[in-house]
Design a protein around this ligand. Structure first.
Ligand SMILES: Cc1cc2nc3c(=O)[nH]c(=O)nc-3n(C[C@H](O)[C@H](O)[C@H](O)COP(=O)(O)OP(=O)(O)OC[C@H]3O[C@@H](n4cnc5c(N)ncnc54)[C@H](O)[C@@H]3O)c2cc1C
Length: 456
């Protein structure tokens, strides 16, 4: 049986572990040069920061995952530096790109563990050099041992905001401010549900208390106004919860409002998507075991809905067991019960986390007309609103029509960056809920691929 696993993050590693244990040798693909995924991303060979410095409280889990990865690679058809840029469900084929060369491979079953990316809300100045996502700021530190600036502001909401700020201060970088768009009262209201994950809650409280104890300026319930600068970032202007304006001098900004699933391959596989109002994300439909309505396609980890690294490990193992069962293997019933129970418990914690750090849809919807919304094509929020309202193009009642009229989401990122905020702007302009305007359809190639130049 030909089994392919896309992704070697926590979900992919634990999935492959089950498959190998059952005697299979899957094709295992990751576009990164090594496994570990986002949270346990490894620095290049030769870098010498130890696991404790790189992964903090997660060092033990990271080391365990890396050990599993190392043991599994030789027992699989391991393909690093390989992008899956297309999935053709009818032909059961993946299109790969490695080292500039294209290859198509067939599969009987494929498990997609493609992870997540930061969710962004554009604001004036966000395209200036010096502005990155929170995740990119963290990856710079984790994978390359460098910071995005000398005096950094972290802006957004979610656990990654506080974690990235903590990691930067620990690494010796000056953090000028941590600005959370969520009010303290909102987090407090979610506190009872957060007790479902006492360990994670304790770490979150520790990061915030640690930052405050070091007198890092922290504000909650903020409204960002603009990132200032000419050639690069010089300051961030923002309103505090009482409405007073502030200007924080900085040379870099890390921003992000939670994560969104990297689900383009699931989309190409013809899996239906649902809007999850709690996550405020479109997520591919799958059952709690990771099975989908498309025969032979399974999903696990953040690419199937944001759950975090611990959930990803369990979901990866669970989806592999579902795949094996469908292929005629008999799963260990006790292991299945254990995994299902743990995943249900973690789902309760996740729901509370989403309530504690809600996506500020109003902030996106209220974006100023002259803000560049789609940076690939340099389209403003005002141009999208005009397309929603006016002939000659006629009204754009959903995002794919708006894309055709305005070119929003048509550039290199294919709407992966501007899509969520663009949908909020369009929905507000049309006076409907964001789910009603739909989502940008995935298109191959799911990420940019090089085109060979014809030579005369
Ligand atoms: C930038 C970033 C930083 C994060 N940092 C933290 C953190 O410090 N702490 C924390 O608790 N959580 C963090 N998270 C969340 C955490 O990464 C996830 O919860 C967890 O890693 C999910 O595991 P996963 O296996 O589902 O996905 P991932 O770990 O994201 O792994 C997915 C893998 O799939 C590969 N992939 C994706 N698409 C393709 C494709 N088309 N072709 C080939 N390979 C592909 C990727 O290269 C990646 O290695 C972060 C998320 C992001 C996006």
């Amino acid at each position: 049986m030909r089994v392919a696993v896309v992704g070697a993050g926590p979900a992919g590693v634990r999935a492959v572990e089950q498959l190998v244990r059952a005697g299979l040798a899957p094709i295992w693909i990751d576009e990164a040069s090594d496994g570990g995924g986002r949270i346990y991303q490894r620095p290049p060979a030769g870098f010498r920061r130890d696991a404790r410095a790189l992964y903090g409280f997660e060092a033990r889990r990271a080391t365990a995952l890396h050990a599993a990865l190392g043991a599994l690679k030789p027992r699989t058809d391991w393909r690093p530096d390989t992008l899956v840029w297309n999935l053709r469900p009818k032909a059961r084929t993946l299109d790969l790109l490695h080292d500039g060369a294209q290859q198509a491979i067939g599969y009987d079953a494929v498990l997609l563990c493609t992870g997540a990316m930061d969710r962004v809300i554009p604001l004036p100045g966000w395209t200036r050099p010096g502005v990155t996502t929170l995740g990119a700021a963290q990856i710079a530190l984790k994978a390359q041992g460098c910071a995005i600036g000398r005096r950094v502001v972290f802006l957004g909401t979610g656990p990654l905001l506080w974690l990235a700020a903590y990691q930067y201060v620990k690494a010796g970088v000056e953090v000028a401010a941590v600005l959370d768009t969520t009010r303290f009262a909102t987090k407090l209201a979610a506190a009872p549900g957060l007790l479902h994950g006492p360990g994670t809650l304790a770490k979150g409280l520790y990061y915030t208390a640690w930052l405050r104890a070091r007198r890092i300026p922290v504000a909650e319930g903020v409204v960002p106004l603009a990132i200032e600068g000419e050639e690069s970032v010089t300051a961030l202007r923002w309103l505090d919860a009482a409405g007073a304006e502030h200007r924080t001098v900085c040379d870099a900004v890390g921003l992000g409002w939670g994560l969104k699933p990297e689900a383009q391959l699931a989309d190409l596989a013809d899996i239906p998507f649902d809007f999850d109002p709690l996550q405020h994300n479109w997520v591919p439909r799958r059952d709690p075991t990771g099975r989908t309505s498309v025969p032979g396609v399974y999903l696990a980890g953040d690419g199937a809905g944001i759950g975090g690294a611990e959930v990803a490990e369990r979901a990866g193992a669970r989806a592999a067991l579902a795949l094996l069962e469908d292929a005629g293997h008999k799963p260990d019933a006790a292991q299945v019960v254990h995994l299902d129970r743990a995943l249900r418990r973690q789902a309760r914690f996740r729901a509370a986390l989403e309530r504690a750090f809600p996506f500020p849809a109003g902030l996106a919807a209220g974006m100023a007309d002259d803000t560049i919304l789609c940076r690939c094509e340099a389209i403003t929020a005002g141009e999208l609103r005009a397309a929603a309202a006016e002939p000659p193009t006629g009204p754009a009642p959903e995002v794919n029509r708006a894309k055709a009229f305005t070119r929003i989401g048509m550039g290199r990122c294919q709407g992966r960056v501007c899509g969520p905020a663009g949908a909020e702007v369009l929905a507000a302009a049309l006076g409907c809920g964001v789910a009603a305007v739909g989502r940008l359809r995935g298109q191959p190639p799911v990420k940019p691929i090089p085109m060979p130049l014809a030579t005369a």
